[in-house]
Write a protein that binds this ligand. Sequence first.
Ligand code: GDP
Length: 528
Amino acid sequence: MGTPAEEAARRRTFAIIAHPDAGKTTLTEKLLLFGGAIQAAGAVKARGDARRARSDWMKIERDRGISVTASVMTFEHNDCIFNLLDTPGHEDFSEDTYRVLTAVDSAVMVIDGARGIQAQTRKLFEVCRLRDVPIITFVNKFDRESRDPFDLIQEIEETLALEASPASWPIGMGRDFRGCYDLLHDRLVLFDRGAGDRILPAEECHGLDDPKIDAALDPVLAAKLREDVEMARGLCQPFDRDAYLAGHRTPVFFGSALKNFGIGELLDGLERFAPSPRPQVADTRTVAPAETKVAGFVFKIQANMDPNHRDRIAFLRLCAGHFRRGMKVKHVRSAKTMAINAPVFFLARDRELAEEAFPGDIIGIPNHGSLRIGDTLTEGEDLRFLGVPSFAPEMLQRVRLEDPMRAKHLQRALIQLAEEGASQVFRPMIGSDWIVGVVGPLQFDVLSHRIAAEYDIRARFEPAPVDAARWIEADDPKVLERFVEANRSALAEDHDGALVFLSRNAWHLRQTGEDWKDIRFNAIREHR
Ligand code: GDP
């Protein structure tokens, strides 16, 4: 074990962002296979999708006791330790997804080669952009008919306003997919479909004129490759690590997760280019990973993993120091000291390793509700990490109680669920019905179910005359006061007491914004 600085330097903590079906699960599996998976944990439910239960994967699960549905997956490659944080996608897409992105240092964006940038890709990308998270792109499924690589690159540049530098260049596609030319190392990496989708050892080339290219490819493909690569080099920005780290440029790899093609190059790219844990901004100063005092923040809560105990696991991203089991840290919000006696480690190949963690690592802390999203734990002086956001919900409904006598209980349940990040709750200044906001519609079903099962309360969600929620702020408190007086019927407080404007429709929001130019209507709020 090295110092926090040395251990941090070999960590890569990242997430995969993708539109459903682009191949995130397949790529995750392959990365774990390729790197030696150490351990992964945090699974709550099995995905009910049979196609995910592929036999090779089941076998890894059995052999190594890991799960694809895990929240954190740790694997090694060369001397690097990779922490891959799962972003729940698909139907249960929620704020959780967004917040996971606050706990990573970089991301891999997977794009389906036939479909290009899709709605969810763009949404997740925007969240990365907010924090300038550097992105490596993997264009997947080149073993199928795909779009022209130039087209795809142009689409990335135009729809995401992100400079794209090809790191590899595909040779053919679909049934004629022959592999890639590795632009970073001048190598030919061939894919041999005839021999059962085997990947041949890379052939080092001395530039594009190397006769090895002619020996390996038929003349038409060789000519096209030369032409494409020359054009790509002429048209696209060359890869530049600083521009990548600043979040302005993305290296683009082409491959096929299903056929194992391009995984090694991607992993190499992550190792060489992706940032190790970055300094984290706190309210009083920036905290560097090399610091010796442990500090970290909670970015996710997973509740009721065991329905018989109302337990929660708080996921803490370590930002500094050397964490040891049993150590005492200060919970800054409550000013209390906590002994972390039973942490869940995700880096736990054997018992000895399970005792400690370093910057970039995630630990799970069982608790009974004392830890909330955005909380800071620290061994050093008081500080609060910034940047764990709440996003304005996209769907808002009113909660109706079947038994009005249970109003206090409902209030407690709604606030607890909001603290955990499962939903947002707003108490209008006028009227008594609580408004609940979520990002995805399925969350309402999950919420009613949890309110019934965990709190024994019957409640229904009903449409509310509310279209959007915006946190409001003004530099001048007098302006804010006047605004509140004039708009009382459209105002509410969230579970933290922050002021929220609930608009009736898009027009109402736009018009109010125009009428009150000194008021900021924020779609994002930071936890403090
Ligand atoms: P996710 O929804 O992003 O997690 O996507 P999955 O990994 O579950 O993949 C969606 C579908 O695409 C599955 O049927 C996969 O087998 C398939 N798939 C994933 N990667 C590839 C690939 O590289 N080539 C082909 N042909 N199919 C792929």
